[in-house]
Design a binder for this molecule. Structure first.
Ligand code: COA
Length: 165
């Protein structure tokens, strides 16, 4: 297994991982390219490498199959887990055939280790029924009170935040 910093050349991988993270197939999408036409999802990746962006990619035997990344959003263009303009939002995805291997944990740990030097906190949005909530809770994320909202799938998502200080 390897984990390394994400650079601008990794944008295509990030679109693929956004497809996984957003469960885009449930909304009838069959390709990451279709995310580009959905502004509320595209803004997680579009123009990857902007100031404030921070990410890691990882995989096996030199082949990247997962990524975790952070991006700042403003109140005029908030993402699903928006807390404030100083708190970047985290997204993560691992290719379906590689889940449960510890890669997601390794990606989160590496990203958060770097993020703590740059930011006071990190947020994310997750469905209540997503088993990934256990991973986030293990790493110190807690639910933001009153953040429950109905997501695109018609189930409930909640915002979680990890405060470094
Ligand atoms: C969440 C995800 C990135 C974790 O990556 P991973 O490589 O499977 O992670 P790990 O093997 O380190 O396992 C960590 C946790 O991920 C979750 N997980 C593991 N396998 C999973 C799977 N097949 N599907 C969904 N979540 C899974 C579990 O919560 C697990 O912790 P647990 O063993 O205590 O239950 C990955 O499962 C994934 O891409 N899921 C679909 C997309 C998604 O939900 N993204 C997050 C949106 S907020």
């Amino acid at each position: 297994m390897f984990v390394r910093p994400a650079d601008t050349a990794d944008e295509k991988l990030l679109w693929s991982m956004l497809y996984e993270a957003s469960y885009a197939h449930e909304n009838g999408m069959d390709s990451p390219d279709q995310l580009r036409d959905v502004p509320t999802l595209a803004h997680y990746v579009e123009g990857w490498g902007a100031a404030g962006d921070l990410g890691v990619v990882g995989g096996f035997d030199g082949v990247p199959v997962g990524a975790a990344w952070l991006r700042l959003f403003g109140p005029d263009d908030p993402a699903y887990g928006f807390v404030d303009a100083d708190t970047p939002e985290l997204a993560i995805g691992v290719a379906p055939e590689c889940r449960g291997t510890g890669l997601g944990t390794a990606l989160m740990s590496a990203l958060l280790d770097t993020a703590r030097d740059r930011y006071d906190a990190v947020s994310l949005s997750v469905r209540l029924e997503n088993p990934a909530r256990r991973l986030y809770q293990r790493l110190g994320f807690v639910d933001v009170e009153g953040s429950d909202k109905v997501n695109l799938a018609g189930t409930t998502s909640v915002t979680m935040v990890l405060r470094f200080r």
